[in-house]
Design a protein around this ligand. Structure first.
Ligand code: HEC
Length: 143
């Protein structure tokens, strides 16, 4: 279906690239590569819904790539992640300020998004209630 052309292209590229493909990592970001821990934080907590390419799933999970809420003032996205909104779960009981800052910095600087990083202090300023214990890392599952 919509993957026909990219798959055909990838197959042709693979045939030409040969063994070089085994060490090739597809770029996720069009700008600077984020740190692995940032990618991991996004992958563990957000990618199930918003997808590894940040494009979401139409009609269910909004795209973070190109979202003006994501790339606008940090408070908008921080509040969505802390408190949830609609079908988006609240993360304030599961992720530390640093983890939320890391995930949001990743989405603000990936897939062509080019906004400023989010700091743990910015998250802390908007958080109500206690942060979770940083040692109890509980991955969120899509449901
Ligand atoms: C269980 C699925 C799910 C997970 C996991 C999830 N989200 Fe979401 N997210 C949603 C849905 C659904 C919405 C739309 C909410 C609404 O209807 O207002 C959303 C909306 C958002 C928005 C607002 C986008 C916009 O343009 O308005 C941001 C930012 C966001 N999510 C970031 C994240 C981040 C960062 C994570 C990981 C920490 C995450 N989400 C994890 C389902 C999810």
């Amino acid at each position: 279906m919509r993957y026909t052309i990219p798959v055909a292209f990838a197959a042709a590229t693979l045939a030409v690239a040969g063994f070089a493909q085994t060490t090739h990592t597809p770029p996720l970001a069009s700008g600077a590569s984020p740190a692995p821990s940032a990618l991991q934080t996004f992958t563990d907590n957000c990618a199930a819904c918003h997808q590894p390419d940040g494009k979401g799933i139409r009609g269910a999970f909004p795209a973070l790539a190109g979202s003006t809420l994501v790339t606008g003032k940090p408070a908008g996205a921080i509040l969505v992640v802390l408190n949830g909104r609609g079908g988006m779960p609240a993360f304030k009981g599961d992720l530390t300020n640093a983890q939320i800052a890391t995930a949001l910095t990743f989405v603000r600087t990936s897939w062509g998004n080019a906004a400023t990083p989010v700091t743990p202090a910015q998250v802390a300023a908007l958080r109500t209630g206690d942060a979770p214990d940083p040692s109890s890392k509980k991955p969120i599952q899509a449901n």
